[in-house]
Design a protein. Structure first.
Length: 167
């Protein structure tokens, strides 16, 4: 009887650990830095490839196979369109166009590079960012900003998809 109880407890522990492993944490990180010498804000995004691929497939109705040998032609165009639709940024109250520069992979993360023009010194950054919100209700986008050496961060969620940092 004691052996049977031990087996049952071992089985329950195995199921509990397996269930914990299934739960996934959905997060993307965006870093914005003002570069006064170039009169731009440089932005870098770091997003898990599988999450972004799933969101793009859902939105555009086709599998893109991001960062694989089967990646379809024109993927950068889909990425540009997706980010343009999902991210809006105002510098000092003025809306700015996001310019997609390129991308690279870092293990299972897609790193994308962007710039935004800023002719005047940055005093505030207002960002609306709904990247992956349509695919994952639990998605969180962490925004790190750096202006003139001052660092500030925002946490954007489905319930609070925009925020402002003042410098």
């Amino acid at each position: 009887m004691k052996k049977l109880l031990n087996y049952i407890l071992l089985l329950l522990l195995a199921f509990t650990l397996a269930a914990a492993a299934v739960h996934k944490f959905y997060v993307a990180v965006f870093q914005l830095e003002y570069v006064p010498a170039k009169k731009v804000v440089q932005m870098t995004s770091r997003i898990f490839i599988d999450d972004l691929d799933a969101a793009l497939s859902k939105k555009y109705g086709k599998k893109l196979y991001l960062c694989t040998t089967k990646e379809i032609a024109g993927t950068d165009d889909y990425l540009k369109q997706y980010f343009t639709e999902k991210i809006s940024i105002k510098l000092n109250g003025s809306a700015k166009d996001l310019k997609f520069l390129g991308r690279e992979t870092d293990d299972d993360v897609l790193v994308c590079y962007f710039t935004l023009p800023s002719e005047t010194a940055v005093k505030s950054i207002k960002m609306s960012n709904t990247v992956l919100f349509d695919a994952y209700a639990e998605q969180q986008n962490i925004i790190h900003t750096k202006v003139n050496g001052e660092k500030k961060s925002l946490l954007l969620t489905n319930g609070s998809p925009s925020g402002t940092t003042d410098f």
